[in-house]
Design a protein around this ligand. Structure first.
Ligand SMILES: Nc1ncnc2c1ncn2[C@@H]1O[C@H](COP(=O)(O)OP(=O)(O)OP(=O)(O)O)[C@@H](O)[C@H]1O
Ligand SMILES: [Mg+2]
Length: 378
């Protein structure tokens, strides 16, 4: 029988808050999402009391997992600063594509700690949505894997996860020992996305702070194993949510994806500025949809004024990592969950991505570990 929200709430009545109130009556619960045996909700508490609530979060997860029919439960603890006083944990808010007013300085926090077993975490980002970040992230990850590296992909786009589609993943991650999630393997990559846990149709009703918590859980409560590189597919924009993510994840570098158009380049600049601001080295720029290659005759047309990103990279003093043409095969394959590097490894597109991957690897070799940065308290 399908697990309902009421089943979950009935179980949560058995969990006590630090002041003794049953969790189900505490007013700290977000809406409870229960789909297909997967349960997700958040508990929002005052930032000053986060530590006292951690055991409540754990218990909540345990009781929900014990409900017959529940296959996985993810409970996020999110901190809210009452009254917005100085020095507190600021909730991240989703920002409109394009980044809105741009990033603000980070609030006080603790040093970012790495993920055990993961050598380097890199972000694939852009200032603007729809420029091909996710497509690049997946194919770059596959390109790095062809170089002999062990590679993972973390889909950090909590509001619009892409990995289920780009890798045609319908299965759910298994839980290990009741507390950790086993990532999914595809084409030799180890991958995790919130989209594996929550259905595509489920409305993304969570509030901003849950993004941070869900991301932290995907990073730290997933059995990533040993990885040379973890590629993080970032959400679009450079607003608070993106900035906070850049701070939450101990990034060794960032790859900026841009199309050649001026507008996208302005956004790319904003993206670069964001990473510089949080001391994350920019590994370089990828020009995506760089030129159009006629599928019939192979003729190349620079419909968008190709080369803008290369010039911009030079101007900004960041490496240019390479260009990927606008090609129907890339779109069709991506959208069908058959990324070109894996499914047409000898084709020209795979070659473009593999060259980019080799440059990224070289950049990583030459990049000292980023200085510790501050992150928002949990
Ligand atoms: N080089 C390319 N040639 C043709 N189509 C492409 C190319 N790169 C990406 N696309 C297509 O463009 C669309 C957007 O790509 P993608 O989802 O990777 O962008 P994104 O920047 O991650 O978007 P969002 O900001 O929504 O996360 C997809 O349909 C994808 O298949
Ligand atoms: Mg994307």
């Amino acid at each position: 029988m399908a697990v309902t929200k009421d089943d979950v709430l009935a179980s949560l009545a058995r969990v006590s808050c630090p002041d003794g109130t049953p969790l189900s009556k505490s007013g700290a619960l977000s809406d409870v999402l229960a789909t297909d045996g997967k349960v997700f909700f958040s508990i929002t508490v005052d930032a000053a009391q986060v530590k006292a609530w951690e055991s409540v979060r754990k218990q909540a997860e345990e009781v929900v997992r014990a409900i017959p029919g529940v296959t996985s439960a993810m409970v996020a603890l999110t901190a809210e600063r009452k009254g917005g006083g100085a020095g507190g944990a600021a909730p991240a808010r989703p920002s409109p594509a394009g980044g809105g007013a741009g990033p603000r300085p980070a609030p006080r926090g603790e040093a970012t700690v790495g993920v055990p077993g993961v050598e380097a975490i890199i972000a694939v980002a852009s200032g603007k949505g729809g420029v091909g970040k996710s497509t690049t992230a997946v194919n770059l990850a596959l390109g790095l894997a062809t170089l002999g590296l062990k590679v993972g992909v973390l889909d950090a786009d909590i509001y619009g996860p892409s990995l289920p589609k780009l890798l045609a993943i319908k299965e759910r991650p298994q839980t290990l020992g009741g507390t950790r999630l086993k990532p999914i393997s595809r084409y030799g990559l180890t991958v995790m996305s919130i989209g594996f846990v929550v259905d595509e149709e489920t409305p993304m009703i969570w509030r901003g702070p849950m993004v941070i918590s869900a991301l932290t859980q995907m990073l730290r409560e997933v059995e990533w194993g040993t990885l040379d590189v973890m590629v993080v597919d970032m959400p679009p924009g450079t607003g608070d949510a993106q900035l906070t993510m850049a701070q939450q994840v101990p990034l060794k570098g960032a790859v900026i994806v841009s199309t050649p158009q001026d507008l996208a380049l302005i956004d790319a600049r904003r993206g670069i500025a964001m990473f510089r601001r949080v001391n994350v080295p920019v590994l370089g720029i990828v020009e995506n949809m760089s030129y159009f290659q006629c599928p019939e005759c192979g003729t190349r047309s620079d419909i968008f004024g190709h080369g803008g990103a290369r010039h911009e990279a030079e101007r900004l003093g960041v490496p240019f990592l390479g260009e990927v043409p606008l090609h129907m095969a890339i779109r069709e394959k991506s959208d069908a969950g058959l990324p070109v590097v894996a499914t047409e490894p000898d084709g020209p597109h795979a070659k473009a991505y593999c060259e980019i991957a080799a440059r990224v690897r070289d950049q990583l070799k030459g990049t000292a570990r980023a200085a510790p940065r501050i992150v928002i308290e949990r």
